[in-house]
Design a protein around this ligand. Structure first.
Ligand code: IMP
Ligand code: MG
Length: 176
């Protein structure tokens, strides 16, 4: 059990399970793109760990960049998603893979899709390490999913509760 601010969290997903899920996602992406050099775009802050581990396993040529959005305050999703750091790169004709730490309601994905619509990319794919199917309310296709989880608030492996918990190597869920 760990304590972050006022809440307690219990172990939920091990580092080994995470590693296994990322290995599987990388294999799928490597298979799908032939000789295209994809540009992976991590959605900050939460995705920094999954992007790092994903790229270390990705053995073909690739590029990486980041974008910063925000939608969470505490443990409740807020409805308006803000883009805090934008893209300043020409993505015309490129194969782009957005890498998310977690897809919850899908509000962030809608904003991201909107943003990339104007970029004339060749392919736009979406990868997420964690996915909450019960919370997902959109019909945007998610191309690569690492681990499906119940509708619980989790921390660790990049994910935070009000700033804390991102450095945990394993994932914890809110204690009931
Ligand atoms: P969505 O827009 O509701 O899909 O939420 C997306 C963002 O909310 C994610 O990229 C995370 O940053 C954050 N988020 C969603 N669920 C959790 C959670 O269980 N723990 C911590 N952050 C979360
Ligand atoms: Mg995120």
């Amino acid at each position: 059990m760990i304590q972050l601010h006022d809440k307690q969290f219990v172990p939920f997903i091990s580092a080994k399970e995470i590693d296994f899920a990322i290995t599987k996602m990388v294999a799928q992406v490597e298979d799908d793109f032939g000789d295209d050099i994809p540009i992976f775009i991590g959605v900050l802050n939460g995705s920094f760990m999954v992007v790092a581990d994903f790229l270390k396993k990705y053995k073909k040529h690739c590029e990486v960049s980041f974008i910063k959005m925000a939608s969470y305050e505490g443990t409740e999703t807020t409805h308006d998603v803000k883009q805090l750091i934008g893209l300043n790169q020409d993505l015309t004709g490129r194969t782009v893979v957005i890498i998310e730490d977690i897809v919850d309601t899908g509000n962030t994905l809608v904003e991201l899709k909107e943003l990339f619509k104007k970029q004339n990319v060749k392919h736009l794919k979406i990868a997420t390490l964690f996915f909450k199917p019960e919370a997902y309310k959109k019909d945007i296709k998610i191309d690569y999913i690492g681990i499906r989880i119940p509708n619980k608030f989790i921390v660790g492996y990049g994910l935070d509760y009000d700033g804390l918990g991102r450095n945990l190597a394993e994932v914890y869920k809110l204690a009931e």
